[in-house]
Design a protein around this ligand. Structure first.
Ligand SMILES: Cc1cc2nc3c(=O)[nH]c(=O)nc-3n(C[C@H](O)[C@H](O)[C@H](O)COP(=O)(O)O)c2cc1C
Length: 332
């Protein structure tokens, strides 16, 4: 049955790395302890000691394996070194070339490599590079969105491309509950990767106001209004907050010359948050938090409460088993 584990993990449930620091040790450990694959997120700058601290803190909270996500568009060589040196179970990479050399180096360290892709072309390159699994991101996804296609059409294409290779395909984008999970399995996925649902959990490092908005609001938009200077040509799916509706139509070049609307400590560094800046508010954010970027996937309207991350994993697994038994099992 497809709903069983992937990459040696108990279940095929993946908690996406959530930048800049929303998927911290508490969230990742909670997911790991529940049998899922949780990803820390490496800082956007070289910060090997800080990252090593995050990995060790997570290990103090769980004895289960977990992963780290790296956005290749940012400086990452020293961070990568720490991930391999610490022999974290899985390295997730996004927004950059997942080369054969990188995969080989990780494998030599005993680390599995899982890129997140947004097109069939990117998936083909990943297969050729020898990756261990592929996350397929549909345009429904929250956060930065690398491709243009919807998950329902892109996912089976990647499944077909993978063919007989032993490479589990993991679906990402708009999946929030067991129905989405079972739908992804029907399309050929072996697992699912959820971002927005895990952000709205007790253990996520998102600001309480951001978590509340994820419960209250249900509309998202594919946009490029946030973080144009720091991460150019990187569209994102954001929650349609009152700030977003009011300010989106107003022209602006980027966030650099915008006023400072608040402050946040991100991965150990004090940051000024300008209006239209990219980082979403973490628990330390102060100031006009309501006006900060709040990313979310199209499934956000299905999120009705903040629950523990372990419960998200349990509900997905038990719900999928029930759904398959009740609706898709031939009893004749
Ligand atoms: C706040 C937020 C931050 C994200 N940060 C990252 C990241 O740093 N690296 C990454 O590969 N994906 C990131 N993603 C995208 C996820 O990997 C995944 O594609 C997406 O969350 C799936 O869609 P969903 O949010 O509807 O579940 C982020 C998503 C959100 C909502």
């Amino acid at each position: 049955m497809g709903w069983k584990g992937i990459l040696g993990f108990e279940y095929g449930i993946v908690q996406a790395p959530l930048g800049p620091d929303i998927s911290g040790p508490e969230l990742v450990a909670a997911v790991a302890n529940a049998g899922g694959l949780g990803f820390l997120r490496a800082p956007d700058w070289e910060s090997p000691d800080y990252l090593r601290g995050l990995i060790r803190k997570t290990r103090n909270l769980t004895d289960k394996p977990f992963g780290v996500g790296v956005v290749l568009a940012f400086p990452h060589e020293e961070n990568l070194r720490v991930i391999l040196d610490e022999k974290v179970a899985v390295l997730q990479v996004y927004w950059g070339k997942c080369s054969k050399e990188l995969v080989l180096e990780a494998h030599l360290a005993g680390v599995k490599v899982v890129p997140q892709v947004g097109s069939a072309e990117e998936a083909r390159e990943a297969i050729n590079a020898g990756v261990d699994a592929i996350i397929v991101q549909g345009r429904e996804a929250g956060g930065h969105v690398i491709g243009q296609e919807g998950l329902i059409s892109l996912l089976p294409r990647v499944v077909d491309l993978v063919g007989d290779h032993d490479i589990p395909v993991i679906a990402a984008g708009g999946i929030v509950d067991a129905r989405g999970y079972v739908a992804a399995l029907a399309l050929g996925a072996h697992g699912v990767c959820l971002g927005t649902r895990f952000m709205a959990t007790e253990e996520s490092y998102a600001h309480p106001l951001y978590k509340r908005k994820l419960v209250e609001l249900d509309k998202t938009e594919y946009t490029d209004v946030f973080g144009r200077a720091r991460w150019p040509n990187a569209p994102q799916r954001a929650l349609v907050t009152p700030f977003f509706s009011e300010w989106k139509p107003l022209p602006h070049e980027n966030e650099v010359n915008q006023p400072v609307i608040g402050h946040s400590t991100i991965n150990g560094q004090e940051k000024e948050i300008h209006r239209f800046a990219g980082p979403v508010p973490n628990a330390t954010a102060t100031g006009d938090v309501e006006s900060m970027a709040m990313y979310a996937g199209q499934g956000v309207g299905l999120i009705k409460e903040i629950i523990p991350a372990g419960e998200v994993v349990r509900k997905l697994v038990e719900g999928a088993q029930l759904l398959i038994r009740q609706k898709f099992t031939d009893t004749n």
